[in-house]
Design a protein around this ligand. Structure first.
Ligand code: SAH
Length: 243
C-alpha cells in the first residue's frame, strides 16, 4: 500500500517529537510542508528531499503530498504542533478519496496549547476552549460568538493566531469581548516561539493583555474565574483544594 503520513512535529520539532512521529519521519522518503517546519527537522534529517510550497498554497501542498505518495514514495506531510489542530490532516483526508491507492495515516503531535500550558504552569487544568482569531477561513462574527460563549461558560480560553498579517486589532477586540463577562483581573499568559530559539513567556491580567507584545508565533492563555498566579506560574485549580 502507498503511504502518506500526516505528522504533527510539536511546536518546535526536535525534542518535542513523539517516538511514532520520529519513526514515520525515518520511514519517509520525501517530506512535504511549509519550509520553516522542514527547517526544524533538518538537524535530524539533513538529507530527506522536501517538497515545499509557500504558506498560502495549502491545498496545492496537500495534492503534492498525495501525488508523491501515489507514485510509490513513502511521504510525510509535516505540520507544526498537531496536524489535526488548524493543520493539514483535515484537508488531506478531504482530498484523499481522489487517491484511493494512498493510505493516509495521521500521527498526533503536541499542539501549541499543550506545549505553552506546560511552560506557563497548569492553566488548562479544568475545562477549556481553543479559539483561533484568524478570520481567513472563519467569519469574524463566528469567532466573536465563540469567544462570547466560552467566556460566558467560564472556560479557560486558549487563543491561536492572535495577530494576523492582514488585519490588526484582533486581540484587542477579543479582549473587549472576553471582558464583557470576565473580570479585568483574570490571570492570563502568553508564550512565544515554544520550543524554538527566542522562546519567551509572561503572565499578565486580562486588562493588560491587549497591550502585550504578542505576535503570530504566540499562543495566548486566558484563565477561568478560579485561575491564580502561584509563584509566577499560571494555575487553574483542579478542585482538590476545596473538596
Ligand atoms: N497545528 C498547530 C497550530 C497552527 S495555527 C498546532 O497544533 O500547534 C498557528 C498558531 O499556532 C500560531 O499563530 C500560534 O498561535 C500557535 N503556535 C504554533 N506554533 C507555536 C509555537 N512554536 N509557539 C507559540 N505558538 C505557536
Amino acid at each position: 500500500m502507498k503511504k502518506l503520513f500526516v505528522v504533527g512535529i510539536g511546536p518546535g520539532g526536535g525534542k518535542g517529537l513523539t517516538r511514532e512521529a520520529e519513526a514515520a519521519l525515518d520511514a519517509a522518503e520525501v517530506f512535504c510542508g511549509y519550509p520553516v517546519y522542514i527547517g526544524l527537522l533538518r538537524p535530524m534529517w539533513p538529507d530527506t528531499p522536501a517538497l515545499t510550497t509557500p504558506m498560502t498554497r495549502e491545498l496545492e501542498r496537500c495534492h503534492m503530498a498525495l501525488e508523491s505518495a501515489s507514485k510509490g514514495r513513502t511521504t510525510a506531510m509535516v505540520c507544526s504542533g498537531d496536524a489535526g489542530v488548524y493543520g493539514m490532516a483535515g484537508p488531506v483526508l478531504e482530498l484523499s478519496p481522489r487517491y484511493p491507492e494512498v493510505e493516509v495515516e495521521v500521527l498526533p503531535g503536541v499542539t501549541a496549547a499543550l506545549g505553552g500550558a506546560a511552560l506557563l504552569g497548569a492553566p488548562l487544568m479544568n475545562d477549556f476552549a481553543v479559539v483561533s482569531l484568524s478570520d481567513l477561513l472563519t467569519p469574524w462574527e463566528t469567532i466573536e460568538k465563540r469567544l462570547r460563549g466560552a467566556a460566558l461558560a467560564d472556560f479557560s480560553v486558549c487563543l491561536y493566531n492572535p495577530v494576523s498579517r492582514r488585519r490588526a486589532g484582533h486581540l484587542r477586540r477579543a479582549c473587549e469581548i472576553l471582558l464583557e463577562s470576565k473580570s479585568p483581573e483574570t490571570v492570563c499568559g502568553w508564550v512565544k516561539k515554544i520550543g524554538r530559539e527566542g522562546q519567551e513567556h509572561r503572565l499578565c491580567t486580562l486588562k493588560e493583555l491587549s497591550g502585550e507584545p504578542v505576535d503570530m508565533f504566540t499562543t495566548v492563555f486566558v484563565g477561568n474565574s478560579s485561575t491564580r498566579a502561584v509563584g509566577g506560574r499560571m494555575v487553574t485549580p483542579r478542585g482538590y483544594e476545596t473538596k
